[in-house]
Design a binder for this molecule. Structure first.
Ligand SMILES: [Zn+2]
Length: 488
């Protein structure tokens, strides 16, 4: 039954721009200040104040638009979106209505069959509202967030599964991070999305009625909400019910969506051009300058890492997702040539110690050069892989250089053949029973003897070499033993 349906999803993503000051006044946008310490008459909507558009907001929005392959409106304006809510003291939000700054773009998301283009209908600029804080004593309003600049990125309904939608969100987040226009911290509300979702029978040319799920601020909640909502709609249709056009909310506690209100239409907002802000004109030169200043974008980087460095798409995805850790990875490649090994160590050992926050910040307490030095020590078999991990841990905790740690702990691997032969002969002598076991065909005895070699050398014997010598010695004994038998 479910297979007869397809899901159609479009997302509206709000990203706070990380300009220093707000969109229409000079108040700080810093997150986490004492409530109502970062506001002024303008962003609190006092009568008689005038908004002045922050140029950086336009520049950042253009960066996002160009990174997402959009066309740019050469002349645009701001509009008032009228509605009442306590967190919006002016009674209207300054946004953009019919002429968005950026329009008709796309991003590419990785899917099983390669890449899929997801259309961007538009990106427009607008102001954020204040924040309501509900407590037992009542509801309070913090206007610090009021007037923080936002871009709203509206996708086309090109996403055909919750999984694809999640990929799209990750792609947008990475682009915004890499071009430096938003810090995309979902836990601080700087990236949020509204989901438009409908289902239809496969092959049906018409879209089904859609519902909107508001204000998701976590990728995993968004994924769960979409999965729930898709199956709810399919079940309703199967029962012969109609889907109501409405706004719903995700209830994390009960793991379901529930209706909030009937969906309002654009005309309900009585949009009209903002009379206090002049037209916004964008020159060709400005577009060219911004286009040129864009860095390598995350999907380009991802592809280059897979092609040139031969890391897997999964590894590339993780490293791209943590921008600064990815930077550490690339920096290390300049000092150690095997990128696959670097990626393995970062994603294995590194991620064992780093918290989520530190992964975001790529906060290793040592430099890429020191890290490369460790990998070199392992490659040259000066230390074993096993000891290498212990060195890594000490480097992580103390920031000391790997060679110093190896020196201090006398961890240099024993690779000298003569020295290993001596140690092994001694082990064989002391473990006659295991030797006899081996001669009579019990191969596991080799493992036990190897364990003894490692014990005696405190794990410092070069395992490959020691194993080879041990085997040779045992095979020798076996031959001698066979030859010896007829003589008895
Ligand atoms: Zn202000």
């Amino acid at each position: 039954m479910v297979n007869q349906y397809e899901v159609v999803i479009g997302l509206e993503v709000h990203a706070e721009l990380k300009t220093k000051s707000k969109i229409y006044c000079s108040c700080s946008t810093q997150f986490g200040g004492e409530p109502n310490t970062q506001c002024c008459p303008t962003c609190m909507g006092f009568p008689g104040t005038f908004p002045v558009l922050n140029e950086k907001v336009v520049e950042y929005a253009l960066r996002a638009g160009l990174a997402m392959n959009c066309s740019i409106a050469r002349q645009t304006k701001q509009d008032r979106k009228n509605y009442f809510y306590p967190d919006l003291p002016k009674g209207y939000q300054i946004s953009q209505y019919d002429i968005p700054l950026c329009y008709e773009g796309y991003v590419e998301i990785p899917v099983d069959e390669g890449n899929k283009k997801i259309g961007i209908q538009q990106i427009h600029i607008e102001e954020d509202a204040g924040k309501l804080i509900h407590t037992e004593e009542g509801t309070f309003i913090d206007y610090n967030r009021s007037g923080v600049p936002l871009i709203e990125i509206v996708s086309k309904p090109d996403l055909s599964s919750p999984e694809e939608a999640k990929r799209y969100l990750e792609t947008l987040r990475n682009i915004l991070l890499y071009i430096g226009v938003s810090d995309c911290k979902m836990n601080e509300g700087s990236l949020r999305c509204d989901i438009n979702l409908s289902v239809r029978k496969k092959g049906d040319p018409l879209y089904g009625e859609r519902t909107e799920i508001k204000n998701m601020n976590s990728f995993s909640y968004a994924l769960k909400a979409m999965e729930y909502e898709a199956s709810r709609q399919i079940q309703a249709l199967e029962k012969g019910e109609k889907i109501q056009r409405e706004t719903r909310r995700w209830d994390e506690k009960n793991q379901c969506t529930f209706p909030m209100r009937k969906k309002e239409e654009a005309q309900d907002y009585r949009y009209f051009p903002e009379p206090d802000i002049p037209l916004i004109c964008i020159s060709k030169e400005q577009i060219q300058r911004i286009q040129k200043s864009l860095p390598e974008l995350p999907h380009e980087k991802r592809q280059r890492w897979i092609t040139d460095y031969h890391i897997t798409p999964e590894e590339a995805d993780v490293l791209i997702g943590y921008q600064k850790t990815g930077l550490f990875f690339e920096e290390t490649i300049r000092h150690y040539s095997n990128a696959v090994i670097i990626a393995n160590w970062i994603l294995g050992e590194g991620f064992r110690f780093l918290t989520e926050e530190q992964k975001e910040q790529g906060e290793f307490p040592f430099t890429p050069i020191q890290f490369a030095e460790l990998l070199q020590l392992v490659e040259e078999e000066i230390i074993s892989n096993h000891i290498g991990k212990q060195v890594f841990e000490i480097m992580y905790k103390t920031g000391k250089s790997p060679s110093m740690i190896v020196e201090e702990n006398q961890w240099k691997q024993i690779s000298d053949t003569n020295q290993l032969q001596e140690i092994i002969d001694e082990v064989l002598q002391k473990n006659q029973k295991s030797v006899n076991d081996y001669i009579t065909g019990k191969k596991v005895a080799l493992k036990a003897l190897m364990g003894q070699v490692m014990k005696v050398t405190k794990g410092k014997a070069n395992p490959q070499k020691a194993n080879k010598i041990l085997k040779e010695r045992l095979e020798n004994k076996k031959r001698m033993d066979k030859n010896a038998k007829p003589m008895i």
